[in-house]
Design a protein around this ligand. Structure first.
Ligand SMILES: O=C(O)CCC(=O)C(=O)O
Ligand SMILES: [Fe+2]
Length: 358
């Protein structure tokens, strides 16, 4: 079969045809220069969709792609280590430390999550003796983590700055002014490992449906599994990993800071190939802890408070989570009548077939 560059519209998954949603691509090199057309496109995409690919394949972004490959190697070494070594400091705070598999609600009714995660906070890595487990704390490892964090910070800040320009924000009202590098925030690099799982029988599955707390999330993964639910869409569908690109999600903080005009991306992770391990790296650019905004309930809250409340909702047991205000997990985004709640209904057990495109 010939190789096609076309994105297939649907893919066979879990016994039915599931959409593969297209995403716009924003060029990082153009964003750095704030080229007006690219800036306008970024604003439009954030207002209408809340997600896009950022193309890092040019000279300016390529280094970051290399840093991510090094981070992946480090992650393999970390996740293969014994649990006592991974859990040396436990979860020091919500944005720092190790979370074992099944710490949160899973993607299916009655399941727990199917991933383990190590988070290294941007503020923490700059301390003299950061809480990073010894297994990834030699000087080479620290350099890799620093580069990944600093590079991701540059990319997300450049996007943030372009969005401010595109919205005509000036002075202190520009988004960067509530994301200053030297002010405390929960900004963090999260490295995740999803274990192989079969949704027809396993009880530790994927990553529950949510919007991110962050302002912008920069996400790298070579493997399929990420699903989004675009604004107004009746069902979840996959997004395709794209060579040379990372995925950017708008999170709650930027939605709130934009007066709720930007869309927070509703997403989740499901096992695509049930036998596959999946690795993802997410940089969560968050607002300074003391930044104030109005949440979907009309409360005037700090970014720190929104983070803590939402983190609690994520990690609390499923019954309590259901009692959390509806706007909490989805950041005030609305879902049209749930035609399907996806994988809860497990029609057929067949895993997805690999797709013949690159
Ligand atoms: O693993 C992924 O691809 C997404 C992870 C995610 O949505 C999150 O950590 O917020
Ligand atoms: Fe997320």
């Amino acid at each position: 079969m010939g190789v096609s560059n076309e994105v297939p519209e649907t893919v066979q998954w879990n016994g039915k045809q599931v959409p593969v949603y297209p995403m716009e691509t924003i060029n990082f090199s153009k964003i750095i220069c704030q080229e007006p057309e690219e800036v306008e496109k970024a604003v439009r995409v954030c207002q209408t969709q809340g997600y896009f690919y950022i193309d890092l394949s040019g000279i300016d972004g390529r280094r970051l792609l290399e840093d991510q490959e090094k981070t992946l190697q480090l992650m393999h070494r970390f996740f293969e280590a014994p649990i006592e070594e991974k859990n040396q400091y436990g979860l020091v705070s919500p944005h720092l430390g190790y979370e074992p598999i099944a710490s949160r609600t899973g993607v299916l009714e009655g399941t727990k999550d199917g991933y383990e995660m190590i988070k290294v906070a941007r503020d923490e890595i700059q301390r003299d003796s950061p809480h990073i487990p010894d297994v990834i704390k030699n000087s080479g490892d620290i350099k890799i983590l620093e580069n990944a964090i600093a590079g991701s910070n540059l990319v997300t800040k450049a996007i943030l700055s372009a969005l401010s320009t595109g919205l005509g924000l000036t002075g202190a009202s520009r988004f960067e002014c509530s994301h200053r590098n030297d002010k405390p925030s929960t900004t963090t690099l999260a490295m995740m490992h999803y274990i192989p799982s079969d949704p027809t029988k396993d009880k530790k599955i994927g990553h529950q449906k949510h919007t991110d707390i962050s302002s912008l999330t920069l996400l790298f993964s070579h493997e399929w599994g990420m699903q989004i639910r675009p604004p107004g869409a009746r069902e979840f569908g996959f997004v395709k990993p794209k060579q040379g690109c990372a995925i950017v999600n708008v999170g709650d903080s930027l939605r709130f800071a934009s007066g709720h005009t930007m869309q927070s991306c509703i997403h989740r992770v499901v096992p695509y190939d049930y036998a596959q391990h999946r690795y993802s790296i997410a940089y969560f650019l968050r607002a300074e802890d003391t930044t104030m905004f109005t949440d979907p309930a009309g409360r005037y809250v700090t970014a720190g408070q929104w983070h803590d409340e939402k983190f609690f909702a994520f990690t609390t047991d499923a019954e309590l989570q259901k009692q959390a205000p509806a706007h909490m997990i989805l950041g005030g985004m609305h879902e049209p009548e749930a035609e399907e709640e996806g994988v809860e209904v497990l029609a057929a057990p067949a895993p997805a077939q690999p797709i013949a495109v690159v």
